[in-house]
Design a protein around this ligand. Structure first.
Ligand code: UDP
Length: 413
């Protein structure tokens, strides 16, 4: 556990690590509890698996608790999830009862820890109602919303707001994801972990070895989009862009890689449309990946010359961060979190149409030096803005602000 943070010094820079230690030193021994709904699967658990050892390494007494319920609880929270993201879903009273009951039982189970904690991070809607069971809480409570609450289905948001309003602060990933609330709202974008399987350095030989299982030619021009088969990711637009660009770059190959289509009826429909659009072009490779194909995704992103993420609607777009970290310019849809990652003409290009994407593919292949320069800038942009170390720094700053609220000047030793 000791040296988790030091592993990041080489990647993020020693100054970043020193800064984190400086920020954390007045917080030594502070009791911090994170509560979410699972320790396995999903982006929130992935981040917490890294964030918690890092906080411990920095001297904060940090623990991680999970709320667990019966099927009715999960049915309810799944509906919340979809309704917050805009689907019109009415949640029945009996499901709300299951939600409230699970939160009440969890509050009793975790009473000692939560009551005395200095800082409590409650992640997403599942444990949001816990706060109502701690009227005498000692510490500051933060609601950390990881999903896009920008245009929620109002009746469901109104219900959840009754709980969320009681927190001392909320955190959203992007300004467009946020809701007005009667407390300070912080914007903290997500991050990637440069040391996990999906992002760890792979040398050329490893990339070649991993890619050998597929039948594309790693030595020919290659563009890649990694995404679930979802219309919002615009895989058909990607195929169109590829076909337009291929008229000028005859050797061009396209990989569309994604998983989960077989257990998602909508995904299967989109995948079929993609197969039809690809036709019999031997240079379009449609890959179906298992859920744990992290190293393969890593290698495909590294094998690519350009990473595409031509979404027409996007949350944050972690595939953009992952591609940029591998020194790839990203041609991305001008939407959501792609906008704060792709700095147009510097770390890649923002596009609105397949024609626009094709134009930028041609542009980059005809200016190989710019392709490399943009890729290097993309890497630096991620290093500065979207690594887990930045995420951690912002959590520490948030804790600082909450503990020193109202003071105009805060001294960090
Ligand atoms: N991903 C994956 N397998 C796939 C497709 C995507 O592991 O078949 C990963 C991808 O590398 C990224 C995440 O899932 O880490 C997708 O996050 P993103 O924010 O890009 O899109 P979302 O799927 O959340 O809309």
């Amino acid at each position: 556990m000791d040296n988790v943070l030091n592993q990041y010094a080489e990647i993020a820079g020693q100054d970043v690590i020193s800064h984190l230690r400086q920020l954390a030193s007045p917080l030594d021994g502070l009791k911090v509890v994170h509560v979410n709904s699972t320790k396995v699967g999903g982006g929130v658990a992935e981040i917490l698996h890294k964030m918690i050892p890092l906080m411990i390494d920095l001297g904060l007494d940090t623990s991680w608790e999970v709320i667990e319920g019966d099927p009715a609880f999960y049915q309810c929270t799944k509906s919340f999830h979809n309704a917050i993201q805009g689907n019109r879903i009415d949640v029945s009273r009996s499901l709300l009862d299951a939600y409230e009951k699970t939160n009440e039982q969890t509050a009793e189970r975790l009473r000692d820890r939560l009551q005395d904690a200095d800082i409590v991070f409650i992640h997403d809607p599942q444990p949001a109602a816990l706060i109502n069971h701690f009227p005498q809480r000692k510490g500051k409570w933060v609601w950390r919303c990881h999903i896009d609450a920008g245009k929620p289905f109002r009746p469901v948001w109104k219900y959840l707001k009754n709980f969320v309003s009681n927190y001392d602060a909320s955190v959203f990933s992007l300004s467009t994801f946020a809701q007005a609330l009667p407390h300070p709202i912080y914007l903290i974008p997500p991050s990637i972990d440069p040391l996990n399987e999906k992002n760890v350095e792979l040398d050329d030989e490893e990339v070649r070895t991993i890619c050998r299982q597929f039948d594309f030619d790693i030595d020919r021009p290659l563009i890649v989009q990694i995404s679930r088969y979802d219309r919002f990711k615009d895989p058909l637009g990607v195929i169109r862009a590829y076909k337009l660009a291929k008229k000028f770059i005859p050797n061009l190959q396209l990989i569309l890689a994604g998983g989960g289509a077989s257990d998602d009826p909508e995904g299967e429909i989109v995948l079929n449309e993609v197969r039809i659009a690809a036709g019999d072009d031997p240079d379009i490779h449609i890959l179906l990946l298992p859920g744990d194909a992290h190293r393969i995704i890593n290698a495909l992103q590294r094998a690519a010359d350009i990473v595409l993420q031509k979404s027409v609607r996007e949350g944050f777009g972690l595939t953009v961060t992952e591609g940029m970290w591998k020194r790839k310019p990203v041609i991305g849809g001008d939407t959501g979190g792609i906008r704060i990652q792709v700095v147009n003409h510097h770390t890649g290009f923002l596009v609105n149409t397949p024609e626009g994407a094709a134009f930028r593919i041609r542009y980059l292949y005809h200016r190989g030096d710019e392709l490399i320069e943009m890729g290097n800038k993309a890497r630096e942009f991620v290093r500065e803005n979207f690594l887990v170390t930045r995420h951690l720094k912002e959590y520490l700053s948030l804790i600082f602000a909450l503990l020193n609220g109202g003071r105009e000047r805060i001294e960090v030793s």
